[in-house]
Structure formats: C-alpha cells, structure tokens
Design a binder for this molecule. Sequence first.
Ligand code: SF4
Ligand code: SF4
Length: 292
Amino acid sequence: MLVAIASGKGGTGKTTVAAALAAVWGQALLRPLTVVDLDVEEPNLHLFLRPVIRRAETACLEIPVVADPAACSDCGACRELCQFGAITVMAGKPLVFPEMCHGCGGCLAVCPTGSLTAGSRELGRIEEGTTGLADYLAGRLRIGESQSPPLIRAVLRRLAAVADPEGDVILDAPPGVSCPAMTSVAAADVIVLVAEPTPFGIHDFLLAVEAFTPLGKPMAVVVNRSSDGTPQLLDLCREHGLPVLAAIADDRAVAETYARGGLLPDVGAHYRAVCHELARSITVFAGETAHA
Ligand code: SF4
Ligand code: SF4
C-alpha cells in the first residue's frame, strides 16, 4: 500500500505526520515500511528521521544534444514538435535550450538526419538508507534545476525497484496542488490530506480536495493543530465525503517536542496511541475503499 501524505499548503504539519507514522508503523502494524521524501525541492524528512544514508546516485534526464550540425536538413520537424520551445533551428542549424527541455524524446525520434543525439541533464540526487525503523528514500533537486516532476518520477522508479513487496510505503508529497504534488499523489493508493483549521488552511485544503478528487483515489483527512476552526473543517470533510482519521491538538507540549527535534510519538503515551491508531485507521480505510 502506498500512502501519500499531502497538504494544500506548506506548514500544515504534513512532514511531521509522515515522520510520526514512519516512527510507529512497524510496531503498530508489524509490516515493513519504506518512507519516501518526494518534496524534492525542499526535502526535510531527514531532519526528523535522521536516516543513515547508504547509497546515493545522480538522477539525469535524457535531453537532445546537437551531434552533427552539418547533417541538419533544416526540415524544422524538431522545432514544430517541441511544445516547450526547447529546440529551434537557426541559420540551418539546430539549437537546444537544455533547461527548457522536458525530456520527452520527441525531437530525437523525428529527426531524419541524425543531427541530434541523446545527452543528459543532471536533475539531482536520489538517496537511500535507513531510519532504523524504516527504509528511507529521498530525492534532492539540483540547485538551479527548475523541473522537479522528472526527479520525482526517478525516485518512484527507484522505489519500485527496492521497496519490499510485502511492505507499505509512506510518500511525503510536496505541498500544494501544482505538478510536483500531482505527480506524487498520482502514484499513491491512498491520499491522506493534512489540514489546518485556519482560514488559510481551510482555503488551501479545499483547493487540494478539488485538485486531487479527479484522480479517483481514496482520500481521508488528518486535522492538525485542531482549534476553534475545527468544526468548520469537519463540516467540509462531511460535505465532501472525506473521513477524518485523526485530530491532533494544538498543544504546547507538541510544539516543545518538535523544537527539541522530537516526533509526535515522543510527546507522550497519549500521542503515541494517537499515531498507532492513525496507522491502523489508514490501513482499515485503504482496505475498505479497495473493496468498495
Ligand atoms: S526532448 Fe522533447 S521537450 Fe526536449 S527538446 Fe526534444 S521535443 Fe522538446
Ligand atoms: S529535425 Fe533534425 S534535421 Fe530537422 S531541423 Fe531538427 S535537427 Fe535539423
């Protein structure tokens, strides 16, 4: 089971919920877990889980390079095909803008003369290791790289190669509803939306519900920093048919534990029980929706 922990905006506590689940999953469910940081533009799960990194590799995107400018027939097929303006032809010679290329391979396929050949652009790094309680995988976007979805897809390919088929996966998705978040949650079996009951939090929660619903994935909610706005958020969840699997109190003890570098289960027995119950609720919800 792949569970995406997502949120309509940054700062809702998405990563702290993902880290809390990673800390209790094995004990609560007696199943192996791989926890994956897909927030590749700003990965911070490692700050909570302190993994030991055992392997790192560079991820690259295949892009065209001009191998033989003299061979170009000036047919313009590459320029016409590219939707991103990443290749043009000037004075009868192809010209590639590597940073704009999305790596679709179309220009390489249509070039009739062999003027273009396959090259690569570095996207970032993929790190693998262990937290001691779960296997760990993360993407880290190269500084200056503007496109994160290709790296997210590369991390997901690596996940498919290394994840225990008998185990579960928690994906810490990028916040928001743009391409990186959509690429991440589209890979999941279940989406858990972490929402804050503040006016901004509720606004962005609704954007996420609107964006993710067409994916047709089972979706549930965790209310974080539960407060006066919680009844309104709960009403909206009911309206959209979204079960609320947990509500984490807006509690000073939680904030103090985070400030010391601890996780939610470290706050005390009550919060440890909340995390165990959330892990079990997610699997029950996933099972119910799979058989619905
Ligand atoms: S690989 Fe695709 S995106 Fe990149 S330049 Fe060629 S057609 Fe454009
Ligand atoms: S498709 Fe090939 S031959 Fe045609 S313009 Fe582009 S590089 Fe030149």
